[in-house]
Structures are given as C-alpha cells and as structure tokens.
Design a binder for this molecule. Structure first.
Ligand code: KFV
Length: 162
C-alpha cells in the first residue's frame, strides 16, 4: 500500500489508525455581529437558534442554528469577543463567511493522534473546551486543503447541541 502524506513524503506499507469521523457536526460562519446575524438567518432562511454561549478562551460569542428536523449538522455563527481573537482576524482578512468545517468524533484525542500520524498539524497539544462542554481540536487549514477542520467530541453522548 502507498500513501501520500501532506508533507509530500511517500510512506510505503504504512497503515494508519482510523481517524473516526462520524458525521459533519457543524459548519462555522464568522459574523461581525451575532444578534444581527441571527435576525438575518431567521428572516432570510427561517433558521432558528437552539443554543447560545460565550467561550472566553476562544474569544467568541456563538449560536447554533438547527436545520430541517433538527437532528442533522448545525450552522454555527461565530462573532468575535475581542480584536485579537481568531474570528476577528478571520473577519479582518476575509470578511464574513465560512470559517470552519467540524466533524463529530467519539474520541478527540484518538482522532488527533491518527491525523498527526498522517503528518497533519493539530493546533492544540491537548483538547480544549468547545460548544456545550464538548472537547475540541483543530487541523491547521494549510494541512487540510485550505479548510479549518474542527474535531468535536460531544459532551452529550453524540446528540447535537440544542
Ligand atoms: N480557513 C482557511 N484558511 C485560513 C483560516 C480559515 N479559517 N484561517 C487562516 N487561514 C489561512 C490564512 O488565510 C493564511 O493563509 C494562513 O491560514 C495563516 O495561518 O495563504 P495565507 O495568507 O498564508 P497562520 O498560522 O498565520 O494563522 P492565523 O491566520 O493567525 O490563524 C489561523 C488559525 C487557524 C491558526 C486560527 O484561526 C486558529 O487558531 N483557529 C482555531 C480556533 C478558532 O478558530 N476559534 C474560533 C472558533 S471557536 C469554535 O469553533 C468553538 C468554540 N466550537 O466549539 O466549535
């Protein structure tokens, strides 16, 4: 078996552990003003907030919006709490828009280890606190096809937040 790693090295006869992505957890969208964005998504798309919280460590005010029957992936609106936050930097560089794609995993440490084994850079050595008490880590967008990938181990036994 032959694998191409992101670093360009070819690893011969290597079997990597399964990453264990279960489904898309949410898609994150950077917005400048959370309340204004919530009104926009309700008025334009009929999408409603099922959960809101502030994450000081990540520097965000966030809202989760349910789509359809509410069992599927969420839309996450992310507004900056301070100018040096990841979302503020993203908005400065790109304006509002898609900022991240998040996958649900059962074990964030195992998923991170499997990705590291493939040569991808994880942003944190150990998981941090995410939405609803979940445990999260991120793959650097430069190692993930230009997409900031989040790994989410839910606190609630796998049911979506909200
Ligand atoms: N998507 C794609 N490319 C991105 C990107 C993004 N979201 N953010 C940065 N880049 C590109 C950027 O355009 C630039 O490319 C390069 O990455 C800069 O990388 O071609 P270029 O111009 O060189 P860096 O390493 O210089 O980093 P920086 O831009 O300062 O920060 C990027 C990154 C990904 C390291 C930072 O945004 C970060 O630490 N993100 C993880 C944390 C986060 O995003 N928190 C807010 C969401 S909180 C959340 O989701 C929660 C609480 N939750 O539970 O779901």
């Amino acid at each position: 078996m032959t694998d191409d790693t992101p670093s360009g090295k070819r690893a011969e006869n290597v079997t990597f552990p399964d990453v264990g992505l279960l489904r898309i957890d949410h898609v994150g969208i950077a917005v400048a003003d959370l309340d204004e964005a919530l009104r926009f998504y309700a008025d334009s798309f009929g999408l409603h907030c099922v959960h809101q919280e502030t994450n000081e460590e990540q520097g965000v005010r966030e809202a989760m919006l349910a789509v359809g029957d509410g069992d599927g992936p969420r839309l996450q609106l992310l507004a900056p709490l301070r100018p040096d936050s990841a979302i503020a930097k993203f908005l400065d560089r790109n304006g509002p828009g898609l900022q991240q794609l998040a996958y649900t995993v059962t074990d964030v440490e195992a998923a991170a280890a499997a990705l590291r084994a493939r040569g991808l850079r994880l942003l944190y050595d150990a998981p941090k606190r995410g939405t609803g008490g979940s445990r999260i880590n991120f793959v650097h967008p430069k190692d993930a096809g230009g997409v900031l990938v989040e790994l989410v181990e839910p606190a609630s036994g796998g049911t979506p937040v909200g």
